[in-house]
Design a binder for this molecule. Structure first.
Ligand code: NI
Ligand code: MN
Length: 226
């Protein structure tokens, strides 16, 4: 059983076989999520911006978890004392809970100290045969058609807030290009400039067999894989 938990903004926890992986854990805004209690073995980061790097280093140190990120960002986390795994885009990385591949995202990435953070990325995870695409921060890009061909994701976690990323119209088109069955919106409402019309997004995504699941960022569980 794969358990997918939305923590808020772009932060998700995926749990399988008593291991939990965090993606972009900017989690200190959510009082209902207590990471100290979770069996976190890995943290995967799409890029270095503070709303994605979040509490990664603190969590990695306490949980003895490994941060996986592109080389520049992994290097920064290592300097901060975390265990890291440095990767590039396009290769499957194996874990106890499954595997993941970092894929292109069209966005910038800078470290907290202003240095270049390496390529921004999206991440495809394969957990118990469930393929989940976390888009990170990105605009709509034709790469998403390639992601469908290469990885055939079933679930997409897509930014919809506009300004820095796709808006609801482009995210709906992304869902179509990706060919996913389930779309979960993220990266909206947190800042004044990334407000989004969720009802409109749900309407735009309602094509074919695709379903939009709007998950409240308070630790609501969504069961997937069936
Ligand atoms: Ni960003
Ligand atoms: Mn962001």
């Amino acid at each position: 059983m794969v358990d997918l938990k939305y923590i808020g903004h772009s932060a998700f926890q995926i749990t399988s076989k008593d291991k939990a992986v965090l993606i972009d854990p900017w989690v200190d805004k959510n009082d209902n999520y207590n990471w100290h209690e979770e069996p976190i073995s890995d943290i995967l980061l799409t890029h270095a911006h503070g709303d994605h790097l979040g509490n990664s280093v603190e969590i990695a140190k306490e949980k003895d978890a490994t941060i996986t990120a592109v080389a520049e960002l992994a290097g920064y986390c290592k300097e901060q004392g975390a265990k890291t795994k440095s990767v590039g885009l396009g290769a499957w990385i194996n874990y106890e809970w499954g595997r993941a591949v970092f894929v292109p995202a069209f966005h910038s990435s800078s470290l907290p100290d202003g240095r270049y953070g390496g390529s921004a990325a999206g991440i495809i995870l394969d957990v118990e045969g469930v393929r989940i695409y976390h888009a990170g921060d990105t605009c709509l890009t034709g790469e998403m058609k390639t992601l469908k061909e290469l990885y055939a994701p079933q679930i997409a976690l897509l930014p919809i807030g506009g300004n820095y990323t796709m808006d609801v119209e482009h995210a709906a088109l992304a869902a179509k290009w990706l060919g996913v069955k389930t779309v979960i919106p993220m990266h909206y409402g947190t800042f004044p400039e990334i407000q989004a019309d969720l009802q409109r997004f749900a309407q735009l995504v309602a094509f074919g067999n695709t379903v939009c699941q709007i998950v409240s960022p308070v630790g609501t569980d969504v069961k997937n894989g069936n």
